[in-house]
Ligand binder design. Sequence first.
Ligand code: SF4
Length: 541
Amino acid sequence: MSWDKIKKAKQQLSREQGTIIKDWGGRIPIALIYPNAYYIGMSNLGLHAIYSLLNSYSEVVCERAFWGRDNRAEQLPPLSLESQRPLSDFAVLAFSITYELDYFNVVQILRASGIPLYAADRDERHPLVIAGGPCIIANPLPLSPFFDCLCIGEAEPILPAMLPILSEGIGDKRDELLKELASLPGAYVPLASSGTPVVRQWASSLDDFPTTSTILTPDTELGNLYLIEVERGCNWGCRFCLVSNAFRPMRFRSIDKLIAQAKLGLKYRRRIGLVGPAVSDYPQLEELLVKLRQMGAGLSISSLRVKPLSRIVLREMAKGGARTITLAPEAGSQRLRQVIRKGVSEDDILESIGKVAEEGIKQLKLYFMIGLPSETDEDIEAIIKLALSGKNILDRQQPGCRLSLNIAPFVPKAGTSFQWLPMTQPSILNRRLSLLKNSLAPKGIKVKSESPAWSQVQGILARGDIKLAKVLASIEEVSLAGWRKAVEKCHLDIDFYAHQRWDTSEKLPWAILDLGTESGHLKAELNRAIGQDTYKKLDKA
Ligand code: SF4
């Protein structure tokens, strides 16, 4: 046992407010694991929600564990934060997985903790290993051999039915427990699957499950905010987006509950962060912001759509101390925005930039994707033109307001209308990124980007099947070189997963799930997006 690790955990705990410490006696100990660093995980509202939900049951004690830089460098087994116990002491390990590239960390955590990696090699002497989160909901296959149970949907409707089974069955024969779990709605149990698609579960009334910061700490990216979830799902239907397809329907919390939660939050933090996929869609947003301001709250909003973008919302945010506004046009040309169904025009984007300037905001961030289906160099030129027009507006109306661009390569996600489409080759993405950077940096526009090489890995995992588990298990070192070595060793055809257009008539690996969106709808949307001519272009690219 590392005394340094224990000391560090205690220091981290001493800076937290809201930590839940429970006695283990007679309770099911569950380790809630975020497979990345504390700094990143503690800004994830989903993690807070599950921690609070699990600990709300008297028969459960839930403690958190992370995979920090020290763990990674020395393959040190993670300890739970609250009682500094090794993961092997817990009855259940519950992973919260939000990002495909964290799959590498899942494998490392199990290995470092001395827990057999494959579910088939574990028995009642080992913890039951379960997972949930957006990546799992979309496509659990690359990780499926490592897990006893994967939760397809939101935790709120799944956990109440799962906990009695765990209470009864932990310690009994593992195959009996797995059979019981497999009978639950939303539970995918790879070793006991009947083959019937697992139906995604979602909470019908969000007000029954408050989702706010549970633990406050300065040691995280959004540490100065008290976070409150205002909504789930999104109705806009952008064709690349998992939220619009796999998190339906759109649901809102009532304004009275949000105000009450903010009142509580203001005891701990001066600023309230409103979280949701498109917070500007919240029907009473203006009223909510005015009330929060009257309560003395500083404000931050996780996501605003280009349109509609209300001046009142921007004004209240500016008065509430918001210094940065983020908007996501996603594509530079009108043609490409239509392909992805973004639903905003160039005039809408420039008008919104003008509104941001008028309200005296100090920084504007614009999010774009490159490598979108049917993209050409002309679409990149259109991003450059749009960014320069935006900069002109800011310079004219609000000199000193900084403009920056965040560029992410398009990654086709399972469960979306673009799931059948290929990613663009990293060499082309790199060239287009250079074009953007070389054109915009001299004009004072900062361009930040995700790595095309790692995005390719993400794309392979996002559309991966069970063969990817073998690659993940073969990785000796988490690096691009380590990944490539494992791919070669396992003879994985990366071109098939990342760069080939898949036939829409073939069965998809993740057809084992029923996300609630008809495959016919996704195909129709794909056809609307990409006509025959564009397909020809794609084949040539
Ligand atoms: S508006 Fe945002 S969250 Fe909604 S579908 Fe489009 S990309 Fe997804």
